[in-house]
Each structure stands twice: as C-alpha cells, then as structure tokens.
Ligand binder design. Sequence first.
Ligand SMILES: Cc1cc2nc3c(=O)[nH]c(=O)nc-3n(C[C@H](O)[C@H](O)[C@H](O)COP(=O)(O)OP(=O)(O)OC[C@H]3O[C@@H](n4cnc5c(N)ncnc54)[C@H](O)[C@@H]3O)c2cc1C
Length: 331
Amino acid sequence: MSSHAPSHNPEFDPILTEVEMNLVRRKAPVKGRIVRSELCMNGKSPSFVRHIEVDISGTSLAGKFKAGQAFGIIPPGTNDRGRAHNARLYSIACGSAGEDGAGAVLSTTCKRVIDEHKPYKKGADPDDHSLFLGVCSNFLCDSPVGTEVLVTGPSGKTLLLPADTSKHDYFFVAAGTGIAPFRGFLKELFDGPHPTTSRVVLVMGTPYRTDLLYHRWLCDLAAKHDNFEYDVAISREPGPDGGERGEYVQQVINRRMGDWKPLLDSNRCLFYVCGLDGMQIGLVRTLAYHGLGRHYLSVPEEFDSVDPNEWPAERIKRRVRPTARAMVEVY
Ligand SMILES: Cc1cc2nc3c(=O)[nH]c(=O)nc-3n(C[C@H](O)[C@H](O)[C@H](O)COP(=O)(O)OP(=O)(O)OC[C@H]3O[C@@H](n4cnc5c(N)ncnc54)[C@H](O)[C@@H]3O)c2cc1C
C-alpha cells in the first residue's frame, strides 16, 4: 500500500472521551489557590520543574477537566505594552478526578523558563545577554502555597484517552514537561480498584538523567504492573552502548523495535506524543521507516519512494498529519 493512503479503518479508531472547552475565559477567570508546590526532577538538575497543585473547588471549573486537557494561568502584572498578560496553558498532570478525587484540585508540571536574552523579537538588542525569565512559569514556580492564581479553561482536545480505555493499548512518548498529560493518563489507567489490563509503554526523553520527571513514581508503577513499561532517552549523556552520544526518544524506539513492533503494529495501539516542538520529526521518520506509518500517519504523495530518513523536517511539519490513532501536542 502506498504510504499516502493510511489503512484508515474506523473500526480501530478511538472514540475519545467527550470534553468541555473554554468554559472560563480570560476576561472572567476563576480564582484558584496553590495548595502544593514541589520540585519533581530526579535529583539536582540544571532545570527547575515543579509539580504544582491548584485548588479550584467552589468555582465553575471544578470537575470540568479531562485527563490530557490544559488550564490557563493569567500571571499578575502587565506586558511590555501595558496590557494584562495573556493566559499561558499548562497541561494537567492529574486524571479527570484531579488530585483530590473530585476534580477540584488540578496539578501541572511547570518548568521555569530561564535563559540569557536572545534577539527573538524584531528589533531586539543583539548585545543584550541579561537574564531572561519567562513571566508565568516563574510566577507559578516562585509562588508559595496559599498564593491565589487566576485560572481559565478547560483547553485542548488533542490528547485524550478513549471513552472505553479497555479497547486500546497505548504508546506514550514524552519530552520534558510533556510528561504532564501522561502522568494524568497513567493515573486514570492504573489508579483505582480496576487497573487497566491494556499494554502501556512510556518513553520519556530529557537531556540529562537528573531532568527525568516523576521518575521514582514511574519506576514504582512499572514495577507494580507487568503491562506498563517505562523507558528513558537521555540525549546529552553517553548512550547504553557506552558511546559518547546519547539518545533521543526515536532512537530508543528504533533500538527497541524488536520488543515493541508487535504492539505498535497492532490495530489496538494508540500513539501519543507530547513535548517540544520538533520532537515529532524523528518520530514520524522512525514510524514510517519501520512500516508503521499506515496506522499513525497521513503522508503526502511527494514522499512516496523517498527514504523516510530523508524526509525534510519542514515538509514533515507542514504535510504529514497524524491519523485518528495518533495524537500529538508539541509546544
Ligand atoms: C497546550 C500547551 C500545554 C502546555 N503545557 C505546559 C506544561 O505542562 N508545563 C510547562 O512548563 N509549560 C507548558 N506549556 C508552555 C507554557 O504555556 C508557557 O509557554 C511557558 O511556561 C512559558 O511561559 P512564560 O510566561 O514563563 O514565558 P514568556 O514570558 O511567555 O516567555 C516565553 C516567550 O519569550 C520568548 N523567549 C523565550 N526565550 C527567550 C530568550 N532567551 N530571550 C528572549 N526572548 C525569549 C519567546 O517568544 C517565548 O515564546 C504548554 C503550552 C501549551 C501550548
């Protein structure tokens, strides 16, 4: 079969959980309160990422979020044009029941945006290399428990679990804070009296091992459930072969294709990606290279008879689309 005609078969497509969207907008946000804030890296790391919980009980947003959606936070203050800041989106890191079992305490996984100034904006001074601090991520991470925050949402219908989770198996690929929705999915799938019997794989990518997020919890979950497998891709440390170069998520998938191909090639499997914009490129190439594109990718004719490893990144971004069995959220 040619690669531009995915074997679309509605029988195997997921029927996704129904969601509500944008019930609360920026003009009339609800007030939540931070009730927990703790670092969630794997030890001392050059990046700072916090697991933050926000209590929205008593507001019109309580109970309205589904795993995989995001909430908006409006940071205090004004932007450089003197206007109130826009809301920033944060994926919920909890299941639909929230952290409290009633959907009234949401969590997220917030990474501080810290850098030296770079001339991103037109007209920016190329010699300015003073400290750049992202507004909202640093506001959230700075805020102690008890801080009031303005919340909007729910947002997002890209990454969702199927309504009947038993009908599918799951392949999750995360980079950095892209782990947030998968923590929520894993809670949804494994917490409670009837853990899923579906097969679930999570591949988590970070630059350094110390950047792994929720690592201990994920290892414990994998030790407890034979049907959950957790593997990591560490890009800036020596790879498992002892070579100098580390691995990106697609390289781990490529290396472990022997173990995972039956799962990825089955009609039950759904493929989810969340994290950094650009991570989808290598994954698209890898899936296509291993003949798995027909499940997960809609590929234009121009790629026919071209080795997937040669597919140009820009063309992939513009022309390759996920099928109903692949869900991709990158930011
Ligand atoms: C659907 C979705 C889900 C998300 N989920 C999460 C999540 O779970 N966790 C999380 O941490 N984030 C998440 N984000 C990202 C989040 O919304 C914010 O974009 C992020 O926290 C940065 O916001 P900020 O206000 O801190 O930075 P901002 O103040 O908005 O600064 C970032 C902007 O400044 C510019 N900039 C960046 N670096 C520099 C530099 N060095 N010099 C000059 N200018 C620069 C860029 O234009 C960039 O867009 C998500 C985004 C989306 C769209």
